[in-house]
Design a protein around this ligand. Structure first.
Ligand code: NDP
Length: 451
């Protein structure tokens, strides 16, 4: 058994139930095989064994009171995975599916993603199995306050800086930050994704979606192409999806799909800027189902199906795919259908939205494939820019932040290509992203000795 396989087997053995974490570890470590030969010093220093073990895991009780005065209890998590490059950094997810394995997968991915941004940020992630859907603002506030009542002792602007993720947007960040400020009596950059009035950065809400499209644009440019006139499938209808749609429209592409956890909408006429504004209002203010879009714009709606199921079943032709909903949303069958329906470029706005089998299909087809840790790194990169502005106590303009975001996405794209070539896998963005992200963290870990 190879050295890398030994490390993977050990990870599976000690936490057999953490399937998503295994998937993320396998996806990264298998591509790190060339580094084992090139850097025997990493093997000697136990870097591979150490990098798959979080620095610290915090699990805690989150009791809260609903509008009927009933006491409910959820479980909270914060996985502080690796702080070799800077304070732990990564979002908080509120979703009923959250468990330790999912938070560990997300925290592990975050190490390499944050390294790729070139900003001084380590990797971490947190969350709870709390479901904000259908809850009143008061209930969400009481939950967030209870969550922060424990989390505050583990985080800090130089220690660990959480942000949003699925189910955690500006409303939730506001409640959590407000409570932190109250109990610590300090106004400091401890969370990112804050509102503009109290330390947030312009472009942070847009950053993950915009960044994903910038990354796709860079990939397309390697083949002399761009978004103009291209048919684009987007999944999800939350933060990442909304701004991916906005940017594709700006660049002249046509987005024909969105979905949520209940249904998929196909609008062959295109989700133009007005329709995109409607989705933002529907999802961010009324918090309604995407089905209401199809009623308003007389477009087709498919209940209990995701975008990729519908593209396969209806043989819908697309050029570019931007999965922006959740992990493992594209399986092998749907990946094959994407290729058969003409898709030649896919950039992941979501984290790990493609199963390993789907990734194999993309790679065998020669598709331009941008994995999440590179393609969606614009969100955390702009969180890094928010931290810089908080430290400087000077906000930058929209243009300044967007310019830096685009520069960072270009530099991530270049790092992926350079590393893929340097390690004998030219044009393979998965290997490139993993190796470029890993080597920097590994070098820092070497410098610290065994800690
Ligand atoms: P949101 O909560 O804003 O949106 C998530 C969207 O995905 C919602 O439309 C949700 O539907 C839909 N969704 C969730 N689960 C499913 C499912 N099983 N099937 C179909 N649709 C589903 O989250 P974000 O947009 O912030 O995050 C989306 C993805 O992007 C996640 O993988 C996240 O980790 C990743 N990401 C986010 C970043 C950020 O800055 N926000 C940064 C980097 C990555 P519904 O409305 O029904 O809940």
């Amino acid at each position: 058994m190879s050295f890398i396989n030994n490390v993977i087997e050990k990870v599976k053995h000690i936490d057999p139930e953490q399937k998503e974490f295994h998937q993320a570890v396998i996806e990264v470590l298998e591509t790190l095989e060339p580094t084992v030969e090139r850097h025997p010093e990493f093997v000697k220093a136990g870097i591979y064994e150490r990098i798959v073990e979080p620095e610290r895991v915090v699990m805690f009780r989150v009791p809260w009171v609903d509008d009927n005065d009933e006491i409910l209890v959820n479980r909270g998590f914060r996985v502080q995975f690796n702080n070799a490059l800077g304070p732990f950094k990564g979002g908080i997810r509120f979703h009923p599916s959250v468990n330790l394995g999912i938070i560990k997968f997300l925290g592990f991915e975050q190490i390499f993603k944050n390294s790729l941004t070139t900003l001084p940020m380590g990797g971490g992630k947190g969350g709870s199995d709390f479901d904000p859907k259908g809850k009143s603002d008061g209930e969400v506030m009481r939950f967030c306050q209870s969550f922060m009542r424990e989390l505050y002792r583990h985080i800090g602007p130089e220690t660990d800086v959480p942000a949003g993720d699925i189910g955690v947007g500006e409303r939730e960040i506001g409640y959590m930050y407000g409570y932190y400020k109250k109990i610590r009596n300090e106004h400091t950059g401890v969370l990112t994704g804050k509102g503009l009035d109290y330390g947030g950065s312009l472009i942070r809400p847009e950053a993950t979606g915009y960044g994903t499209v910038y990354f796709a644009q860079e990939m397309l440019a390697t083949r002399g192409q761009d978004f103009k006139g291209k048919i684009v499938a987007v999944s999800g209808s939350g933060n990442v999806a909304q701004y991916a749609i906005e940017k594709v429209n700006e660049l002249g592409g046509k987005v024909i799909s969105v979905c949520d956890s209940m249904a998929t909408v196909i609008d062959e006429a295109g989700i133009d800027p007005d329709k995109c504004c409607y989705i933002m209002e529907l999802k961010n203010i009324h918090r309604g189902p995407v089905q209401e879009y199809s009623e308003r714009y007389s477009s087709e709606c498919f209940l209990k199906k995701n975008v990729w199921d519908v593209i396969r079943e209806k043989s819908i032709k697309i050029d570019i795919a931007l999965p922006c909903a959740t992990q493992n949303e594209i399986d092998e069958q749907n990946a094959r259908a994407l290729v058969e329906n003409g898709c030649y470029c896919l950039a992941e706005g979501a984290n790990m939205p493609s199963t390993p089998e789907a990734v194999r299909v993309y790679q065998e087809s020669g598709m331009l494939y941008g994995p999440g840790k590179a393609a969606n790194a614009g969100g955390v990169a702009t969180s890094g820019l928010e931290m810089s502005q908080n430290s400087l106590k000077i906000p930058w303009t929209r243009e300044e932040v967007d310019r830096r975001l685009m520069q960072i996405m270009k530099s991530i794209h270049k790092s992926c290509l350079d590393a893929s070539e340097a390690y004998g896998r030219k044009g393979d963005y998965v290997t490139g992203a993993n190796i470029a992200g890993f080597v920097k963290v590994a070098r820092a870990m070497m410098a610290y000795g065994v800690v």
